[in-house]
Design a protein around this ligand. Structure first.
Ligand code: URA
Length: 520
């Protein structure tokens, strides 16, 4: 049996594989007569120089199976695109065998337990997992902060599979405004704000050392570390040890876990404290652990960041915000950007923190940033923001004098084709974000709050709010603050156009109740 050697242009040459597989299939070349190579592997492969012209000779004395039905399920093509990124040198052989069998064994499509199919599925899963890990565990460090084009952010990562180019679009979308490079042993990718360049691999020592932003992140991580929630096996499953050497926070895991049981015992023995977060009764059981960690009496200059008040040995100055509220808000904004207390942050472009003057008498709270806000990093700048601005103008207010924020700091969306469609944040996500909002309120010290829509109203009042019933009224929150509830501008935009005039007028009327709080 003569072997046909097929050499693909690269480890991830999907178009090349597809063309070659189609050609071999139409020539009726069985899988066990094909040896697959890719350019990188071929250089070291003793057999790679064999005469490839054999591949050109059709089998069966020159018969081409050109009339063969080569239609395969679309899901198979998707599977191939993923499996090709696996590092197993046999992957091309496996995929060609599956293709051959799909064409020659019609029953294969109905046999999900077939060994080849199962193996390919496992490989696809490993690739997807590796892609997920790269998205989650790449940590940029800043270089050239003074350079003309702005700082360059560089990260080092060691993927298991050939995934770098496939993941690159994610980083381009996510960090469009930044200049960055991700170095890996096999490939480097670099984004200058306009175009993506793909280059050869690099070594770890070419990546920069820790930077100042990292020490801030470490302090924060130390603070949110919750001994009551520590499940080392789960944690290592989600964040396997092999990634630790690239993660700044990993250096804290061992010492913090060693202290965990002691700290947990102290927390259990400590007297109960007044819950700071106002968690809706129904969600209480679900959120019990988070609530436990977020219990502390308010203190003027501490953040509402999760703290360990029950631990008498935790110095209360461990995580102090700057005394100046403007600086404190700036720091909080930076910290939200790195917040991963819920999964939304991983997919958003950046966090969107509130904006407006410290001491603003009115704080307006929406739900979460939308698509435009996510891209621009500012609240209420998209279509809902435009409607809000119109109302502000018609009420004779000035947006510059309002503090405008959201209950959730990252954009949650689902993809429909290329469009990012808004998705309402879940209660857990709102609850995870609440301490940021509380910290903002503490710094801004408004005399009144306006909740736009149900998510904001529930976050502020700590209970489900029937907006249509409770709108246009002042409510008092657990801290005695005044909260005016009204509709979210998006609800007006979504409503039946026939009712626009009337809805808008009624909305203005609701909002106008807050005019008395505006400082003249
Ligand atoms: N919707 C919100 O709730 N907030 C924004 O910032 C934008 C749209």
């Amino acid at each position: 049996m003569s072997q046909q050697h097929v050499t693909l242009a690269s480890e991830t040459d999907w178009p090349g594989f597809r063309n070659e597989a189609r050609r071999l299939l139409t020539r009726l070349t069985p899988p066990d007569e094909v040896a697959w190579h890719s350019r990188v592997g071929a250089a070291e492969d003793l057999f790679a120089s064999d005469d490839e012209s054999a591949a050109a000779a059709p089998r069966n004395g020159g018969t081409h199976a050109s009339s063969m039905n080569l239609v395969v399920p679309a899901s198979f093509l998707t599977l191939c695109e993923t499996v090709i990124l696996h590092n197993d040198p046999d992957r091309f052989g496996l995929l060609y065998r599956l293709l051959w069998r799909l064409v020659h064994e019609p029953g294969l499509r109905r046999d999900p337990l077939d060994a080849d199919r199962v193996r390919a599925q496992h490989m696809a899963q490993a690739v997807r997992r590796d892609m997920h890990k790269m998205k989650a565990f790449v940590r940029f460090r800043t270089l050239d902060a003074e350079s003309e084009g702005g700082p360059l952010h560089v990260a080092w990562f060691e993927p298991d599979h050939h995934i770098v180019e496939a993941v690159a679009p994610f980083f381009v979308r996510r960090f469009t405004q930044m200049r960055w490079a991700i170095l890996t042993p096999e490939r480097s990718i670099r984004w200058d704000g306009e175009k993506l360049e793909i280059g050869p691999g690099a070594s770890r020592d070419q990546a920069p050392p820790a930077d100042a932003g990292e020490s801030l992140w470490l302090t924060y991580y130390r603070h949110i570390f919750n001994p009551a929630r520590l499940k080392l096996s789960m944690m290592q499953k989600e964040m396997p040890r092999k990634y630790w050497h690239n993660l700044p926070e990993a250096e804290l895991i061992s010492p913090l876990s060693m202290e965990a049981s002691e700290r947990q015992a102290r927390m259990i023995e400590a007297p109960a404290t007044v819950p700071r977060r106002r968690i809706p009764v129904r969600a209480e059981a679900d959120l019990a652990e988070e609530t436990f960690m977020r219990t502390s009496a308010p203190s003027s200059q501490h953040t509402s960041l999760p703290s360990h008040p029950a631990d008498p040995r935790q110095p209360s100055t461990e995580f102090r915000l700057p005394d100046d509220p403007v600086e404190a808000l700036a720091m909080l904004g930076k910290l939200t950007d790195r917040c991963r207390e819920c999964p939304i942050g991983e997919h958003a472009t950046q966090s969107v923190f509130g904006e407006g003057p410290v001491g603003a008498s009115i704080m307006v709270v929406g739900e979460q940033p939308g698509d435009q806000e996510d891209l621009q990093g500012r609240p209420f700048v998209g279509p809902a923001g435009k409607l809000f601005d119109r109302a502000v103008a018609e009420l004779g207010w000035s947006r510059d004098r309002l503090y405008v924020s959201n209950a959730v700091k990252h954009f949650k969306f689902e993809l429909r084709g290329k469009r990012r469609m808004h998705k309402t944040p879940g209660q857990r996500e709102v609850a995870a974000c609440l301490h940021w909002l509380e910290s903002e309120i503490e710094q801004v010290k408004p005399t009144a709050l306006i909740a736009l829509g149900a998510t904001a109203a529930r976050a502020l009042l700590g209970r489900p709010v029937a907006v249509m019933r409770e709108r246009g009224q002042w409510h008092t929150d657990a801290q005695g603050r005044q909260v005016l509830v009204t509709l979210h501008p998006s609800a007006l935009l979504r409503a039946d156009p026939a009712g626009h005039e009337q809805n808008y007028a009624q909305w203005l009327e609701d909002l106008s109740l807050a005019s008395k709080h505006l400082k003249r």
